[in-house]
Design a protein around this ligand. Structure first.
Ligand SMILES: Nc1nc2c(ncn2[C@@H]2O[C@H](COP(=O)(O)OP(=O)(O)OP(=O)(O)O)[C@@H](O)[C@H]2O)c(=O)[nH]1
Ligand SMILES: [Mg+2]
Length: 221
């Protein structure tokens, strides 16, 4: 009887675990975001910004929400280590792409990398959230400006592809990409101050529930 009740209790209090990867260029603020999430949701606070250096490899963090555990993987964004990102794509349930909204000079580079992420077949159906970080800085582009900047960048890329005689190729892909861009969610945050971070986590919580994928769910840790 004890085992039956224990099993029932475990079943009823079971938490599903979802993996969320946090990617973006070096310096975008991914680790600052992860540590802020830990501070906001866990009893043990995350690292303060002065303790955070460039990530070589990955950092992880877990938070517990009603009936759900979100496991975050913050991956280093330096050029030489971006090629490990794809190894995490198969098993993730959501992708967060962080862009530094303050660093106008690196926006194009940020979109170039974002574009390659959007093209990865493993995450085509996976919820994807674009975060315009550093909204605390007066120099930062707003959420609307960031969205437009990406749309403009994509348009320029298409035009240059057409000029170099690749016109007409992959029109289906272009249409699919346009739809994905149109339905893309962009949110503004300050990882430093925590503004918008809870709203982003709420978005992830809702979206992973609604688009379950078989891999890795059902964990009870
Ligand atoms: N003003 C401001 N600065 C931020 C914010 N988030 C991060 N930073 C700063 O941006 C710099 C880079 O932050 P990190 O969190 O290390 O960036 P990262 O994306 O993890 O970089 P890599 O690990 O190299 O990929 C640090 O100096 C942070 O303090 C923010 O919301 N506002
Ligand atoms: Mg980092």
């Amino acid at each position: 009887m004890y085992h039956l009740l224990k099993g029932l209790h475990e079943y009823l209090t079971r938490k599903e675990e979802f993996s969320v990867i946090i990617i973006g260029l070096d310096g975008a603020g991914k680790t600052t975001l992860l540590e802020k999430i830990k501070t906001l949701y866990n009893d043990i606070p995350g690292l303060t910004p002065d303790k955070i250096g460039p990530t070589v490899g990955q950092n992880t963090g877990k938070i517990t929400l009603p009936s759900t555990i979100l496991q975050f993987w913050d991956l280093g964004g330096q050029r030489g280590i971006r090629n490990i990102w794809h190894r995490y794509f198969d098993d993730c349930h959501a992708v967060v792409y962080v862009i530094d909204a303050e660093d106008r000079e690196r926006l194009s580079e940020g979109w170039e990398v974002f574009d390659s992420v959007l093209s990865a077949p493993q995450i085509l159906g996976v919820p994807l959230l674009l975060l315009a970080n550093k909204q605390d800085s007066p120099q930062s582009l707003s959420v609307d400006e960031i969205r437009h900047d990406y749309e403009d960048w994509y348009q320029r890329k298409l035009e240059s592809a057409r000029r170099t005689s690749r016109y007409g190729e992959g029109e289906n892909e272009i249409t699919a990409r346009r739809q994905r861009i149109a339905s893309l969610d962009v949110m503004g945050i300050s990882a430093l101050e925590g503004t918008g971070v809870r709203a982003a986590v709420d978005w992830l919580f809702i979206r992973v529930q609604n688009s379950r994928r078989d891999v890795g769910t059902g964990g009870t840790t």
